[in-house]
Design a protein around this ligand. Sequence first.
Ligand SMILES: Cc1ncc(COP(=O)(O)O)c(C=O)c1O
Length: 360
Amino acid sequence: MTVYNFCAGPAMLPVEVMKKAQKEFLNWQNLGVSVMEVSHRSAPYLEMAKQCEASLRRLMNISDEFEVLFMHGGGRGHFSAVPLNLHIDGLPGVYVENGIWSTGATKEGAKFTQTHAINIRTDENGQFDILPVSEWKLPEDASFIHYCPNETIDGIEIFDVPKHPSAPIVADMSSNILSREINVDDFDLIYAGAQKNIGPSGLSIAIVRKTLLKREGLPRPAILDYAIEADQQSMYNTPPTFAWYLAFEVFKYLESIGGVKAMEAHNKEKAAILYDYIDSSDFYSNKVATHCRSLMNVPFWLKDDSLNAKFLAEAEQNGLIALEGHRFVGGMRASIYNAMPIEGIKALVAFMDKFAQENS
Ligand SMILES: Cc1ncc(COP(=O)(O)O)c(C=O)c1O
């Protein structure tokens, strides 16, 4: 039986990539050892790292105005790194909040800097909606504007990019990086934990406008210092070498299938199948306004909560795993990142439909 993994992260990775990694697991580049066993400062690894960055730059069309950093600490590492690196005395860090992760970022930021939180979300009559970017009340002065374009738990995605005349725009793209085309020049700092669309956990990526590296910020650990990491080609200390290698395999794979443009078309098709089915059913519901529904994380609720355990057990018997919603919001959640094939969505919808018929 084919198993489709709907986990929000660590999430499924392309099978082709996993097979390649398996094939060369014990003997990488004919060195007779695993990639996990070679020095990060050895010539083959340094070349891999260089090519990996070049591949990501091609995929996202990242210009020389930006440094690309391969770091530790996941998404949350950047919750700390952002205020520590970007703080300016007397100016607040502005945090736009529309769900659990963006609120978590504010909480972490408040440990280090003055924060100014802006709620853009409404929860009326059980429906979640967000204000359009043009209506966000961003203050004139800020050390940075932080927001989360894809709220992994809430299933809310922001498709427009905010603008500010002076403050850098910082985006936590942990759960939607590489899922659709964006214009990197609209941002000043993009960061993401790897374990959804990039590779295994342990690695995080930061795409930082070079001018920001000159900021003094606050005293900070060297491993969270963007300028030090840029200066040391992300090798200030031993990086998560296996995760970095696997990320490169994912990037090469993405390039081979047509890049982010092709992936975006694929992701839109997948999401449409699932949302259309949910909307057509009176057994399931999704509470997010249609204009801000996530292409990556689709929360849904059964009309009768008491059937949740049965739904999950039977889904698992059918090879559909990790569908339980986050403990903060309940219900179900299908995370349908880049690596989820359309067959997985079709199998899920067929199961949901059968379950609805049998339990109505
Ligand atoms: C949007 C977002 N930000 C941050 C995080 C935290 O990532 P990590 O566990 O890598 O620190 C997550 C994790 O799922 C996330 O989805």
